[in-house]
Design a protein around this ligand. Structure first.
Ligand code: HEM
Length: 216
């Protein structure tokens, strides 16, 4: 019982950490919309790509955070199922729908991340740490445009993933407030905040993908 509460709190904290990452990732990607031929986007991407603190401290923490969150999600789901079967079989109501939805949307996000890493992260690692190519601070915007411009399948998969990501964030954020012990009184405002945050992330990323689909 006690260890399951700890797991839930760790799940919530890792989720909140990933949400902060998403906000900064969105903010950086939004600069690709500036009317400056990708100048700002290239500068920031180059900084992030070659700053030792980002590369060797923040990036490993982020990757660990992603894995931790997914593995813990499955562990908690497994425990919930076991508990439901043995004790609460008659109370299978809304919460079971929400958690089922979380696992499904979580799996879609995992699949999206595999595609996303294949698209951006792996080529970058290959460029820097396998082929040891010279830094090229102008390539980021060009690569981003290539991935989306006229690419219907990729843009569609990305946007569907962003909608499910929005739903996942909304449910996750609401339940994480309960796990870290925020009072019921504030709950209504926090629910609103969860909706606004999820919408910004979902809409913001979709807008970026669709913009680069049409504009070169
Ligand atoms: C249109 C939307 C998006 C664009 C254009 C985009 C773009 C990028 C780019 C260019 C990189 C490579 C960074 C590098 O050079 O290493 C990257 C990395 C990454 N992206 Fe995205 N991204 C988008 C949405 C997302 C979303 C929604 C998520 C999470 C669900 C995500 C998670 C990640 C992660 C975890 C990395 C690896 C971070 C790292 O390099 O340390 N991205 N993304």
């Amino acid at each position: 019982m006690y260890s399951s509460i700890i797991k839930k709190v760790l799940m919530a904290l890792s989720g909140i950490f990933l949400m902060v990452f998403l906000l900064q990732h969105l903010a950086i990607n939004l600069t690709s919309l500036f009317p400056d031929d990708g100048n700002t986007f290239n500068k920031i991407s180059h900084f992030m790509g070659y700053n030792p603190l980002v590369q060797f401290v923040l990036q490993p923490i982020l990757i660990f955070g992603v894995f931790f969150h997914f593995i813990m999600g499955f562990v908690l789901e497994y425990q919930n199922r076991k508990a439901r079967i043995s004790k609460y079989i008659y109370h299978k109501t809304r919460s079971s729908w929400v958690s089922k939805n979380m696992i499904l949307s979580g799996l879609v996000i995992l699949a999206f991340l595999a595609l996303h890493f294949y698209d951006f992260w792996i080529p970058e690692m290959d460029y820097k740490y396998i082929n040891f190519k010279q830094p090229d601070s102008l390539k980021y915007f060009h690569e981003l445009q290539e991935k989306f411009y006229g690419q219907t399948t990729r843009t569609t998969i990305y946007c569907i993933s962003f909608i499910l990501l929005g739903l996942h964030l909304n449910h996750g954020l609401s339940s994480s407030f309960q796990s870290v012990g925020i009072s019921n009184k504030k709950e209504k405002n926090l629910q609103r905040l969860a909706i606004i945050y999820s919408f910004i992330i979902s809409f913001g990323f979709s807008f970026i993908a669709i913009y680069h689909y049409f504009v070169h």
